[in-house]
Write a protein that binds this ligand. Structure first.
Ligand code: AMP
Length: 412
């Protein structure tokens, strides 16, 4: 199947050809015809499957089909993080290169004024994070009364980050008759509940099993004592001569500490997390992409939206408290069909977190010992008190876990 057989506008086909896309990915094949037929859709698509083009191309096509006399926001894409907003914006700009469609991005953490200036010039497509979008709506930078198309990208993450209130407030300000699309890497009750309030008779699209990890990512779990994790991380990267590795920690402090120690081990490493300025995050990401740094240590929130096509290695220095984050983390590698390897370093006290991940994946992951880094099973402090249930452990962990940007995490 080719892009031309999807009946897309020639200007869009020219753009994807220039980007080297040979044929549509499975999510694109399935979603594009439904979107062109004006249907609401609910799509289970992992990162790296080409989901951005799956909604961006038909949206742009529809805007080109019905040109508007004035520049007014007709399509809105909501994303949970600024990195993803930037990423989606870049894709829209690339796909719209041979058209006169304008796309603007608006996210928090940076001055609002340049965004107001860009928006005042008029735009057809707005990509925004929910909080900053509301800031603009309250300020009256624009209204959304002419909106025809609304996309929720990574909706599961939006709920995890506690954006439900913002979503409700935004929905109050947009026309009830519109086309709505919801994309989510994972589906659970909260997502289905949200979909009921947003979508009308949606087409359900799933390109792979629900809650499945990216198809070509091998997964290994090494059981190792907490105090030897950093040593093992540096050893693996050094001995295998990996040049580009994304590492996940649960906390910002943990990310900074690990990056510092790995630099002392001789591996050029930087960290990105929510306490760093937007500029610092962009610089660290650009240096990582350009191969100037070998390892990038990130928290879950900061890593969202990172798109490095040939990234092969992901290390979970700590398993996530939110099991679904595991899928997002390892989906950073193995993008657009490339091979990937995800290594999780699990201390014996993290077994319950692995159990939760396995529950979400609906499969067991093989646990191994790395020769020379076997856990010291005589250590007692590593063991969890037996009588505490997994649910309690998770609740305790979450209550001690710093919430991103002061927003509440949703319980599911
Ligand atoms: P996404 O899942 O939207 O983050 O896309 C992942 C990567 O796949 C991005 O780098 C896209 O540029 C790339 N991509 C999207 N569609 C195609 C396609 N049809 N053929 C090749 N690469 C693609």
């Amino acid at each position: 199947m080719s892009f031309s057989s999807l009946s897309l506008n020639n200007a869009l086909i020219k753009a994807v050809q220039e980007l080297g896309y040979q044929s549509p990915t499975p999510i694109q094949k399935q979603a594009i015809p439904h979107i062109l037929a004006n249907k609401d859709i609910m799509a289970g698509a992992q990162t790296g499957t080409g989901k951005t083009a799956a909604f961006a191309l038909p949206i742009l096509h529809q805007l080109l089909e019905k040109p508007s006399e004035i520049k007014v926001i007709r399509a809105l894409v909501l994303t949970p993080t600024r990195e993803l907003a930037q990423q989606v914006h870049q894709s829209f700009v690339r796909y719209a290169e041979h058209t006169d469609i304008n796309c603007v991005v608006a996210y928090g953490g940076v001055s609002i004024n340049p965004q107001i200036e860009a928006l005042n010039k008029g735009t057809d497509v707005l990509i925004a994070t929910p909080g900053r979008l509301l800031d603009h709506l309250v300020k009256g930078t624009f209204d959304l009364t002419q909106l025809q198309c609304l996309v929720f990208d990574e909706a599961d993450r939006m709920l995890d980050m506690g954006f439900k209130d913002e979503i409700d407030r935004i929905l109050n300000r947009i026309p009830p008759t519109r086309q709505t699309m919801l994309f989510s890497a994972t589906f659970d009750d909260a997502i289905f509940k949200l979909s009921k309030t947003l979508l009308t008779d949606p087409e359900l699209i799933e390109v792979s099993e629900r809650n499945a990890t990216a198809a070509k990512v091998d997964q290994i779990v090494y059981t190792v004592d907490t105090d030897r994790k950093r040593e093992l991380t540096s050893f693996i990267i050094g001995s295998k001569n990996w040049q580009q590795v994304l590492i996940f920690t649960r906390t910002k402090e943990g990310a900074d500490k690990l990056a510092k120690e790995m630099c002392l081990d001789g591996i050029k490493t930087q960290s990105i997390h929510g306490d760093k300025s937007q500029g610092a995050r962009e610089k660290a990401l650009a240096e990582f992409k350009a191969g100037k740094t070998r390892a990038l240590v990130a928290t879950d929130v900061a890593a969202r939206g990172i798109d490095i096509l040939d990234l092969r290695y992901v290390i979970n220095f700590e398993l996530p408290y939110i099991a679904e984050d595991y899928i997002h983390r390892i989906g950073r590698s193995g993008r657009a069909g490339n091979d990937g390897l995800a290594i999780s370093l699990m201390s014996p006290s993290e077994q319950w977190l692995l159990d939760a991940v396995e529950e979400v994946l609906n499969k067991r992951l093989l646990q191994q010992w790395y020769p020379g880094y076997e856990p010291d099973l005589t250590k007692t402090e590593e063991k969890q008190p037996r009588k505490v249930s997994k649910r309690k452990q998770r609740e305790r962990a979450l209550s001690g876990h710093k919430r991103p940007q002061g927003r509440k995490r949703q319980r599911r």
